[in-house]
Ligand binder design. Sequence first.
Ligand code: SAH
Length: 366
Amino acid sequence: MYRADISGAGAATPGALVAVHDERGRLLGTALYSSASQIAIRLISQTVVTDLTSLLHRRIQEATSYRERVVRDSNAYRVVFSEADFLPGLIVDRYNDILSLQILTQAMDAELAREAIIAELKTLQPAAIFERVDAHIRELEQLSSRSSSLVYGEKMETVVSLNEVQFHYDARHGQKTGAFLDQRENYAAAAGYAHGEALDVFCYQGGFALHLARNCAKVTGVDSSRPALEMADRNAALNSNEIEWIEANAFDLLRDYSGAGKKYDTIVLDPPAFAKSRKALETAMRGYKELNLRALKMLRPGGVLVTCSCSYHVSPAEFTEMVAEATQDAHRQVRFTEIRGQAKDHPILANVPETSYLKCLICLVS
Ligand code: SAH
């Protein structure tokens, strides 16, 4: 609930556990309060909760057993995903024997909450727990500054396996907590259709590219980040793959390549979130359209386009519509062979639409 939507917070202290009542005084539930964020109240239960510590233990256990049911063929996955696991402000990712932790709100940052979280995570028997700090978020939440560091154990590097493809992991570096784990199931799905010459645009550390390499004669990955490509190259070596990495602005490269008449059999588009807010939507849609149009023009008949958007503000319907328009403009035919979303370890809650954000369409192009 946004600050603008609450009539008052009484004497609630930063990060407090508070009872939430409607204007007639009826109990709506228990929430975590933030004195700084625009999101003043994050509901954690529809009943009365007085002991946050035991709630944290129970919820982390529930999150863990959910993963046991849905995660296959991977030792890297999201263990706790904030609101989607009824633990707003807490993100935990497992990278083989290292857990990466992110604390995003006053309530989760309180000493007692931290202790409970770390104690529960230790029961998962990791070699180490590393806390990734987002300085900007700590500032917005008016939390004391802190740097990323080990909160348990010594280990900061390991190797993870996703769908039997190996990746180096370094807890200190990389975007998000290190990898885009939400795409894990889409890597395997994309590899199932990939063939011939492949281009992975916005490849980061090679998530799609390394999976495509199983079934493609040649794979090229493109990203504007040199550190990401250096890691991608180490990952390729780890899997004995030969992949060409190109450091470039994807928009420029696609314009040049499509202008030059270059052709591919498989193209992956996985850009960063163009629409960070609803206001940015129009510009974002133009960006998506340009990328998709150029990719469609560059695909040989029978080709495969894997096109993604991680912007929550772009709805699945809007995204599909954009691809349909690009198809029309490119004078091609597209079958959506798979309409996909985020991996199952990133749960989608029926009553929290914001928990569903990733779109991934696998298109067969004729
Ligand atoms: N497909 C990747 C995740 C991509 S995240 C995976 O599955 O792991 C988006 C990537 O786009 C980031 O690596 C970022 O460095 C890159 N990027 C952002 N803007 C770019 C641009 N204009 N041109 C090329 N790469 C860009």
